[in-house]
Design a protein around this ligand. Structure first.
Ligand code: UGB
Length: 606
C-alpha cells in the first residue's frame, strides 16, 4: 500500500509540475528533471504533492496568491490604504480592584467548565538564540520550571477549582517541523507534566515554498536540486489546522465555550487570563484580545478601529511595520507617536486571544481558517525588483477578525504591561540595543524579574512588607532586584486566592528568595534568605509562625568570558547571571494531610 501511495504521490506531483510550468510561470522547475536522475525527480514530485496537500487551498492557489501579493508589494501598495484608523474602546482592568476580582471570579469558574487552551509553539526563536525549543526553557531561574510545565500547571490549577472530578481542560499545542519532536519528547519525559495524555493534542504546521523573485518563481533548495526551498508560514496556520483536524468543532460539540490562544514564552499570562475570560463572558465577546499599553516604536502590533471607505468598521491588529505609514496618511503627521501619557494611544497586541467557540467555529466554517496572507521581501534596492534572499507568504493568528463578520463583537482587555506581559524573545545583546532605543528588552533576565515582581505584588496585595528593590544593570539590561518570589500555580490559581492565602504578617528582605508550591497559607513569616515550601496534591500547609535567616541565593553576574563560553549553561547565558544557592530552608510535605508550621512550637501533622 505504501508503494502504491508513493506512486500516486509521484503521479500527482508530475501533474502539478506540468501545470505549474504551463500556466504559473514555473518552467524553471522542469530543469530539475534531468535524465538519469529518476530518484531525485521522484523526490521532487513527492514534495510537490505534499506541498499541494498542506498549503491552504493547494499549491497552485498558493502560487497565484504569491503572484498577486508580490505584484502589489513591488508596486509599493499599502494593503491598508483606504482605511481610516481611530482608537478603539476596550476594557481596562487594574489588578486588585473589585472589578478585577469580580471578572476573575467569573472567568476562573468558567475556565474549568468551558475553556480550552492553544499554545502556538512552532517558532524556533532565532532572535532569542536558544538551542532548543522555547517551551523547554526555564521560565524563571530559581526553580527552573520550564514554560510548558508552567502553562500546564496553571491549567491544572484552574481545573482543580472545578467541583467536577472529571473536568479536564483541553490543551492543543501547535508545533512545526522544527519543534514537533522535541516538544513530544519533553511531554513524554515528564509524563505530560501531570495532564492525562488524552488531554493534549498536537497539531504540526508545515512549511511553505519560497519565492525567488517578483514573478513568484519557486526557489530550489541551494543544497538539494531536487527539493524546493521552504520556510515557516507563520502562526496564522493554527486556525486552518484547528479546522482541518476537526478539533475546534469537536471542542464546541463537547460543550466548550472559549478557546484561548497563548504564545510560548510569557510566564505572566495566567495572572490575567481568568479576569480577561470573565470580561469575554460578561460582554459576550466573540474575540477578546489581551492587550497592554505600547510605546511608539515598539515592535508590537497595535489594536485599531479601522473604518473602510464603505463605512464598515473592525477592531483589528495593525503590525508595527505598517503602523507609522497608516497613522501618517490618515490621522497624525507624527506617525507612530506617544501621547502626553508617554504611551501610544493605540493599545498593544500581545497575541493572547480569547475566542468564543461558537463564533470561532462559524468563522472557520465560512473561511476554512485561511487568514489573509502577506509577503515581506527584503529588496536589494529601491527598484523593488530583486530579493536579498527568497521570501514566502506568511500569516498571523491575530488576523482572524478579518474573516469574521464586521458585526462580530471584537474587543480587548487592557492590563498593566509590567505585571502581565513580558515575553522572552530576544538575546541579551539585542535586548540591550532595544533598551538603548527605549523599547522593551523582552529577554530572559527581564522575564525572570517580571515573574518575581508579579509574585511579590501578590504578596504585597495581601499586606506583606517587602524591602524595596535595588537597581542594577546586567549585560546592558536595567533590572530591579527585589525579593525573588516564585508562587507556583497550585499555590495561586487566581490572584484572589493568592491574597487570601498569603495575607498574614509577611516580611521579606530584598535579597530573599521565596518559592511556594501547593496549597499553602502563610500567617506569619519573616524571611531574610531562601525558603522553599512544597505541598504535594492533598497536602494543606498552614504557616502559623516562621522566621528564616540564612545565606540564601546570591545573584552572580557572568563575566564576559563566562558569557562567551559555550560551556556556561545556556539558561544562564541568556540571562547574564546565575542564582548561586548558598543555603535554603526547604519544607516539603509529600503526603496528603493537614500540616501546621509553628516554629515557636514544632511542625505537626494534625
Ligand atoms: N509561532 C508559530 O507557532 N509558528 C510560526 O510559524 C511562527 C511563530 P513571535 P511575532 O507580542 O510582542 C507577534 O515570532 O509574530 C509562534 C505579533 O505579530 O514571537 O513576531 C511562536 O512560537 C506582534 O503584533 O511573535 O510578533 C510564538 O509562540 C507583537 O505584538 C508565537 O508564535 C508581538 O507578537 C509568537 O511568535 C508581541
Amino acid at each position: 500500500a505504501e508503494a502504491a501511495d508513493a506512486a500516486d504521490a509521484v503521479a500527482r506531483g508530475a501533474e502539478l509540475l506540468a501545470e505549474l510550468a504551463a500556466t504559473y510561470g514555473q518552467s524553471h522547475l522542469l530543469e530539475a528533471r534531468a535524465a538519469g536522475q529518476e530518484a531525485g525527480t521522484r523526490r521532487l514530485m513527492q514534495q510537490l504533492q505534499a506541498l499541494d496537500r498542506d498549503c491552504p487551498g493547494g499549491l497552485l492557489a498558493y502560487v497565484a496568491r504569491a503572484k498577486s501579493l508580490l505584484a502589489s508589494s513591488a508596486a509599493g501598495e499599502n494593503p491598508l490604504s483606504g482605511y481610516t484608523p481611530s482608537i478603539p474602546r476596550g476594557h481596562p482592568l487594574t489588578i486588585g480592584t473589585p472589578e478585577f476580582i469580580a471578572y476573575e471570579a467569573e472567568g476562573a469558574a468558567a475556565a474549568a467548565r468551558g475553556a480550552a487552551f492553544v499554545i502556538v509553539a512552532g517558532g524556533l526563536g532565532e532572535r532569542l538564540g536558544a538551542s532548543g525549543i522555547k517551551l523547554g526553557l526555564p521560565a524563571e531561574a530559581l526553580c527552573g520550571v520550564c514554560y510548558l510545565e508552567l502553562y500546564i500547571r496553571h491549567i491544572l490549577a484552574l481545573q482543580r477549582l472545578s467541583a467536577a472530578e472529571d473536568a479536564e481542560i483541553p490543551l492543543i499545542l501547535m508545533t512545526s517541523d522544527d519543534t514537533d519532536g522535541p516538544t513530544r519528547r519533553l511531554l513524554e519525559e515528564h509524563r505530560h507534566f501531570g495532564m492525562s495524555a488524552g488531554q493534549i493534542s498536537l497539531l504540526r504546521q508545515s512549511k511553505v515554498p519560497c519565492l525567488q523573485d517578483v514573478e513568484a518563481r519557486l526557489a530550489i533548495d541551494p543544497n538539494d536540486r531536487f527539493q524546493l526551498l521552504t520556510k515557516p508560514h507563520g502562526h496564522g496556520d493554527v486556525h486552518s489546522l484547528l479546522h482541518t483536524s476537526g478539533i475546534a468543532k469537536k471542542l464546541l460539540d463537547a460543550g466548550r465555550s472559549h478557546l484561548i490562544f497563548l504564545q510560548d514564552t510569557n510566564a505572566l499570562v495566567f495572572g490575567g487570563i481568568p479576569a480577561a475570560l470573565g470580561v469575554s463572558i460578561r460582554h459576550n465577546l466573540a474575540l477578546n484580545s489581551v492587550s497592554v499599553p505600547r510605546r511608539a516604536g515598539d515592535q508590537s502590533g497595535a489594536l485599531m478601529l479601522l473604518r473602510s471607505t464603505n463605512g464598515e468598521e473592525r477592531v483589528v491588529n495593525v503590525e508595527y511595520n505598517q503602523l507609522d505609514a497608516l497613522i501618517k496618511a490618515s490621522l497624525d503627521p507624527r506617525g507612530d507617536y506617544n501621547d502626553d501619557s508617554g504611551w501610544s494611544p493605540f493599545p498593544g497586541n500581545t497575541n493572547q486571544l480569547i475566542f468564543a467557540l461558537p463564533e470561532y467555529v462559524a468563522t472557520l466554517e465560512s473561511s476554512a481558517g485561511a487568514v489573509p496572507e502577506f509577503v515581506n521581501p527584503k529588496y536589494t534596492d529601491a527598484t523593488r525588483t530583486a530579493f536579498k534572499s527568497p521570501t514566502r507568504l506568511e500569516c498571523m493568528m491575530q488576523d482572524l477578525p478579518w474573516l469574521m463578520p464586521p458585526s462580530a463583537a471584537v474587543s480587548f482587555t487592557t492590563l498593566d504591561a509590567s505585571l502581565f506581559y513580558c515575553p522572552v524573545k530576544n538575546s541579551l545583546a539585542d535586548a540591550a540595543k532595544k533598551v538603548n532605543a527605549k523599547q522593551s528588552p523582552g529577554c530572559a533576565s527581564a522575564g525572570d524579574q517580571a515573574w518575581f515582581a508579579f509574585n511579590a505584588k501578590l504578596l504585597s496585595m495581601g499586606g506583606a512588607k517587602l524591602e524595596a528593590p535595588t537597581s542594577r544593570t546586567i549585560a546592558g539590561i536595567p533590572l530591579h532586584l527585589g525579593p525573588a518570589v516564585s508562587l507556583l500555580p497550585a499555590s495561586r490559581p487566581t490572584t484572589q486566592v493568592a491574597t487570601e492565602r498569603f495575607k498574614g504578617a509577611i516580611s521579606l528582605t530584598a535579597r530573599s528568595a521565596l518559592s511556594v508550591d501547593g496549597e499553602v497559607w502563610i500567617e506569619h513569616l519573616t524571611l531574610d534568605g531562601s525558603l522553599s515550601i512544597r505541598a504535594a496534591p492533598g497536602a494543606r500547609v498552614r504557616v502559623r509562625h516562621l522566621c528564616v535567616r540564612n545565606d540564601g541565593h546570591q545573584l552572580e553576574e557572568l563575566s564576559p568570558e563566562e558569557l562567551a563560553n559555550p560551556l556556561t549553561p545556556e539558561a544562564d547565558r541568556l540571562r547574564g547571571y546565575r542564582y548561586k544557592k548558598l543555603a535554603e530552608r526547604t519544607l516539603t510535605f509529600d503526603q496528603p494531610g493537614e500540616y501546621i508550621i509553628d516554629e515557636a512550637a514544632f511542625t505537626v501533622n494534625v
